[in-house]
Design a protein around this ligand. Structure first.
Ligand code: NAD
Ligand code: MG
Length: 392
């Protein structure tokens, strides 16, 4: 049977990679729903190419534009707008059986949760939703019999290394690799003046602006620690981070018998997406195999938490639990957005996250509402600190 795939975040970096893999397998996969945040023209262009049944634009006011664009292109694709439409299509068994969750930020939570509650197969790139509400999402997936395939390259690597039956009792430790980002090796002082353009110029991966800045601050690896904790039910003290500048070893799993398994490959997200889209079969992704002779060497070093405090802040939030990861994530989203707009400097990103975590005590993450409140509260406190120049 052909898999019907909804690609949420279709106009983004992961969305583009997912559509590239889907288009290679017309007899096996089809893009049945495409969704984007704001860019109607880009979404229509993707619809012309992939001919989905449904197109969704998250902006409520863009429905007429989207409908007109689809009609002008002679497409039968049905236009939808707004987040309620997104959530409804995520859950609708007639619209898709698989959802690629590739919206950036906490904005991806509701549609991902809707897909999980409907028992879909979810290819999860949107790590912020897991950081914000990981326990709740994992429970929703279990209750509804949904499948989560991690798409973040490290977690996809771990997923490939872990026993297929899900029995993790033999796992001693998980080691997430990190490229170190564009500023690896630089001291803290030298980072004060770095620009958004320098921060998004990642040496190994081509990604959207938010995750690129997260990679530069190492917050990305911090978010990934929390992500791994939820996906693989691993406590913080069995999750380690190793900087590996070549980005060829995507992560490692150490077992209690002394074996370590790693997954290697070129830094191209289509491999992880193909694992999720084809599973249990291996399917072509367009990524070539690894020529280790050509690469020559694999280096590893410890992360520098002095120059990049975000990693330690995220670990502390993971250990604190409750709403702390939600507060961390929200503060970071506000900080990264302000940095990309040139409103605050690079070092203000960890400073702002720390400010919010100091200002707001972590509470119990008893419900989705409690987590949403924490998220909104952190955004307000972070916004005020930026506006008042408390953190610049
Ligand atoms: P991107 O900025 O390139 O794309 C983001 C997509 O989300 C776009 O299609 C945009 O239209 C959509 N979007 C943004 N706000 C939205 C909203 N409010 N409602 C609906 N749609 C919205 O980002 P990306 O690099 O593709 O990353 C997407 C997610 O995948 C992030 O959570 C990121 O951390 C994760 N991820 C990305 C990579 C990568 O290589 N790019 C690797 C691992 C994980
Ligand atoms: Mg990653």
């Amino acid at each position: 049977m052909i898999r019907s795939v909804a690609v949420f975040g279709a106009t983004g970096s992961i969305g583009g990679s997912a559509l590239d893999v889907i288009a290679r397998h017309p007899g096996r996969l089809r893009a049945s729903v495409l969704a984007a945040g704001r860019d109607v023209d880009a979404l229509v262009a993707l619809c012309i190419r992939h001919r989905p049944d449904h197109a969704v634009i998250a902006r409520d006011d863009a429905l007429l534009d989207l409908r007109a664009g689809l009609q002008a292109a002679g497409l039968a694709t049905v236009a939808h707008a707004g987040t309620a439409a997104l959530d409804a299509l995520a859950a609708d068994p007639g619209a898709c059986d698989t959802v690629v969750a590739a919206i950036v930020g906490a904005a991806g939570l509701d549609s991902t949760l809707a897909a999980l509650r409907a028992g879909k197969r979810v290819l999860l790139a949107n790590k912020e939703s897991l950081v914000l509400a990981g326990a709740l999402m994992m429970r929703a997936a279990r209750d509804a019999g949904a499948t989560i395939v991690p798409i973040d390259s490290e977690h996809n690597a771990i997923h490939q290394c872990l026993p297929a039956d899900g029995d993790c009792s033999g796992v001693a430790r998980i080691v997430l690799t990190a490229s170190g980002g564009p500023f690896r090796g630089r001291g803290r002082e030298s980072l004060a003046e770095v620009t958004p353009a320098q921060a998004v110029a990642h040496p190994k991966w081509s990604m959207g602006p938010k995750i690129s800045v997260d990679s530069a601050t190492l917050m990305n690896k911090g978010l990934e620690l929390i992500e791994a904790h939820h996906l693989f039910a691993m406590p913080s003290d069995r999750l380690d981070v190793l900087v590996h500048p070549q980005s060829l070893v995507h992560s490692l799993v150490e077992f209690i018998d002394g074996s370590t398994l790693a997954q290697l490959g070129l830094p191209d997200m289509r491999t992880a997406l193909a694992v999720g889209l084809g599973s249990p079969a291996r399917i072509a992704s367009g990524v070539s195999g690894l020529d280790l002779l050509q690469h020559g060497r694999l280096d590893f070093e410890a992360p520098d938490t002095d120059a990049f405090p975000c990693l330690a802040l995220a670990r502390a939030a993971l250990v604190a639990g409750g709403t702390a990861p939600a507060l961390l994530n929200a503060a970071n989203e506000i900080a990264v957005s302000a940095f990309l707009q040139g409103r605050i400097g690079f070092l203000a990103i960890p400073a702002l996250v720390e400010h919010v975590l100091d200002a707001l005590p972590s509470g119990p993450a008893a419900s989705l509402d409690a987590l949403r409140d924490a998220d909104q509260h952190a955004r307000r406190v972070a916004g005020r600190a930026i506006d008042s120049g408390t953190v610049a």
